[in-house]
Design a binder for this molecule. Structure first.
Ligand code: GUN
Length: 283
């Protein structure tokens, strides 16, 4: 039976660190601020944005939620981003994805000032991560890494397999694991013999977007299984990993919900405090 990696516990541990950072900034007269823009009425996005807002308020980060209608134009969204880029009270800007289809997501994200890009999606931050000069690192993969470190799980020298090559999770996860001296494979929908490839992994990261896709035949006995998936099935949230099946084989495994999710939120707070330090030339 696998050890269950309790994301809430590790998120609380990281939160303590962030609270210290926020207090230190406040003692210098700096209140970190986060602006989240949500366009439209996607129900899941609304839930995530509310959680982000509540998490900020709970630790004294100034939080601004900008709600724009589904019909908002790209120009209107860009004007808001320009305003926030120039607003000294705002250290972090996050545009909740997905955006409505008539808006060019890539172009919009490129307009966020890189120093305020708390999602770590701007090409400048992506490039910095690729060459090991980590500035603002995408929250979900960074949270997974912090959890592995806090749980005392060795990464160095291990074989890691990531299923999924997205810009949000798969690719930054590749860089973070490689930086820590893992041997990393990025598998995806065109990978051949996927179960066999995955069974090589000491650390298996599932970021596919398909409910319960990973079953025990993908898992090497004793492997660490990180489930990044959030899928809604019949009103219930399930991960990309068949938890009940894999927990019999894995050495450690994250549940969904209560695994990676809480870490993503706390890393957003971490990045907001870091952005405030960058903008105030404190790092
Ligand atoms: N929607 C789902 N995941 C994310 C994320 O990490 N950042 C943003 N901005 N939107 C998301």
């Amino acid at each position: 039976m696998a050890e269950i990696l309790d994301g809430k516990f590790y998120a609380c541990e990281i939160l303590k660190e962030v609270e210290v950072e926020v207090a230190a900034l406040k003692s210098r007269g700096i209140t970190p601020g986060l602006a989240v823009i949500i366009v439209g009425e996607n129900p899941a996005s609304k839930v995530y944005v509310n959680r982000k807002h509540e998490a900020c308020e709970a630790i004294g980060i100034y939080s601004l939620v900008i709600r724009m209608p589904e019909s908002a134009t790209e120009e209107e969204l860009l004007a808001k981003i320009t305003e926030l880029n120039n607003d000294n009270k705002v250290n972090g800007i996050l545009v909740q994805l997905p955006l409505p289809k008539h808006i060019n997501t890539e172009y919009v994200l490129d307009q966020i000032c890189p120093d305020k890009d708390v999602d770590g999606f701007h090409p400048m931050n992506v490039g910095e991560l690729g060459i090991g000069r980590n500035r603002l690192v995408p929250c979900t993969p960074y949270g997974c890494i912090k959890m592995l470190e806090l749980a005392g799980i060795e990464i160095k020298g291990k074989k890691a397999v990531i299923i999924g090559r997205s810009n949000i999770v798969g690719k930054p996860m590749f860089n973070l694991l490689l930086q820590r001296d893992a041997t990393v494979t990025v598998a995806h929908s065109k990978t051949q013999n996927l179960p066999e490839v995955c069974r090589e992994a000491d650390i298996l990261v599932a970021a596919i977007g398909k409910p319960k896709f990973v079953t025990r035949e993908y898992v090497k006995p004793g492997a660490v299984v990180i489930d990044v998936g959030i899928n809604r099935v019949d009103g219930k949230i399930v991960g990309d990993v068949d938890f009940d099946d894999c927990k019999e084989v894995a050495g450690a495994i994250t549940p969904v919900p209560g695994g990676v999710g809480p870490l993503t939120i706390v890393m957003l707070l971490f990045n907001t405090a870091k952005a405030a330090k960058i903008q105030n030339k404190l790092m």
